[in-house]
Each structure stands twice: as C-alpha cells, then as structure tokens.
Design a protein around this ligand. Structure first.
Ligand code: CA
Length: 258
C-alpha cells in the first residue's frame, strides 16, 4: 500500500499540466453581433454574422463570391501559435467553387506572408481548406513568429466565383513549450509543502500563480528574484498547481499542500 502511495505521489509531482490557453481572437465564436450585421471585432469585406442552417449556431459568414474576414493580434517573436477554426462551405450558395486561402500576415507589411507549417498554397505561405460542401470541418495549423514581428493578421480570403463560407469557433493560442523552461533550471521544494515553498532558478523568476484543482487562481505572488521563499500557510490542504513565469516563459507543476 505504501509503495502504491509513493508511486502515485511521484506521478503527481512529475506531471506537467497544460492550461487552457487564452484565445487571442476577439469574438472567435461569433456570438457577439446580430445575424445580418458586419462581424464585431473582425475586419474584411462582404462578411456578416449568420445563423448556420445546419447547426442553428451563430457563425461568421463570408458571402457568395469574393469576400474576406481578418483580425489582428499581438504576438511574441520566436513563439509558436496554434490556429484552429471550424468551417463549412454553403452548398446552396450560388457560385461554383469552394476555395479559400488562410494566411498569417505581418501587420504594417501585409505583403509579408509568414510561412505556415503544412502550408499547401503553392508558394508555401498559405493554408487551403477542404472543398466538401455542407459539411462542418475543422482546420488547424501553427506558425512561428520571425524576429522583429509583434503584430500579425489572420486573413481568410476567397476570390470571386466561390460559394459562401461559414466559420465558427476560431481561436489562436500560444503553444506551451516546456523545453524553453528547462534552460532556467527551475526548482520548487519541498513537496509536499507545509508552509514555506522555496523557489530557485538561474534567471529572475517574474511571478508565480497558484491554482486549485478546479483551475481557479487562488494566489498570485510577484517575485522578481532568482531565489525566494513563499508562504503558503493560508492554503487549505490539497493538491495545487504552481504556474511560474520566467522571461515570458511558463511552467506548471502540481504540488501537495499538507
Ligand atoms: Ca458560434
């Protein structure tokens, strides 16, 4: 029995937790706005909020023929971002074709298409969707931001001759990379902890956040030091997650408060 308990604790301590990441897109679910209106928070032309007739959900629609949707957001050079969205070509929509190109562009230099992993647009800079009609499908890709670029535009564009397109549940999230964090030799101990948790790293620790097992933030502590001790005596006993930020990189580990 003791051995099983030990193994369980070892597993808990070594587990790196993936957090639900913030969506960098505003109104990515297209629930803000009324059917027929231009899509709030999105630019482009010939687009509107629509009620999808297959799902009865509010979606973003690029109208029959040519049209576009775009949104711009801040990014960090060197970091990788995941883009995902659902889409459906509206079969009864008039025009013959179903071709849309999705691109990530540099704001201020829109001729610069950032290379997309898996891009298949001929020039390697775009992402082209499946052409099936009246079927909701998911698209996803990731991109890494080159040096010197801090704002990008997600652009969905189709030229004349293409059917209407519905888009829903669009998101852009930053990819968590634990390997970036290993360079800091970050340590937190002891575990389990009674009152004082010691932290050390080879760079300045910006801050730590403590989450309970329901994912609620229970404590934020600014540190700005490479070595410190934090008092957790006010936490009730249980399992928590310590999220640590160093130089804009994040790491999450579980710990037990006794
Ligand atoms: Ca929606």
């Amino acid at each position: 029995m003791k051995k099983i308990t030990f193994l369980l604790i070892t597993f808990v301590l070594s587990t790196v937790v993936t957090f639900a990441q913030t969506n960098l897109l505003l109104n990515g679910d297209f629930e803000t706005g009324s059917a027929g209106d231009p899509i709030p928070s999105w630019g482009g032309f010939k687009n509107r909020i629509a009620n999808d007739d297959l799902t009865s959900a509010k979606v973003g629609q690029i109208e029959n023929g040519d049209g576009s949707m775009f949104q711009e957001f801040a990014v960090t050079p060197g970091e990788t971002y995941d883009v995902t969205f659902d889409y459906r070509w509206v079969g009864a929509g008039g025009a013959a074709n179903a071709a849309l190109t999705v691109r990530i562009k540099e704001v201020g230099n829109l001729a610069n298409n950032l290379a997309l992993n898996g891009g298949n647009n001929g020039d390697g800079t775009g992402y082209t969707l499946n052409t099936a009609l009246d079927t909701w499908m998911n698209a996803s890709f990731s991109f890494t931001v080159p040096a010197g670029i801090t704002n990008v535009r997600l652009l969905c564009f189709k030229p004349n001759g293409n059917k209407p397109l519905n888009i829903d549940d669009a998101s852009v999230t930053q990819t968590l990379s634990t390997s970036d964090f290993q360079q800091y030799d970050f340590q937190s101990y002891p575990n389990p902890v009674k009152d004082i948790l010691n932290l050390s790293a080879n760079s300045s620790i910006n801050r730590v956040e403590v989450y309970n097992m329901f994912g609620s933030l229970v404590k934020t502590i600014a540190i700005n030091n490479s070595r410190t001790s934090i008092n957790l005596s006010d936490l009730t006993s249980g399992i928590y997650i310590l999220k640590t930020e160093i130089e804009g990189n994040f790491n999450s580990v579980k710990f037990i408060k006794q």
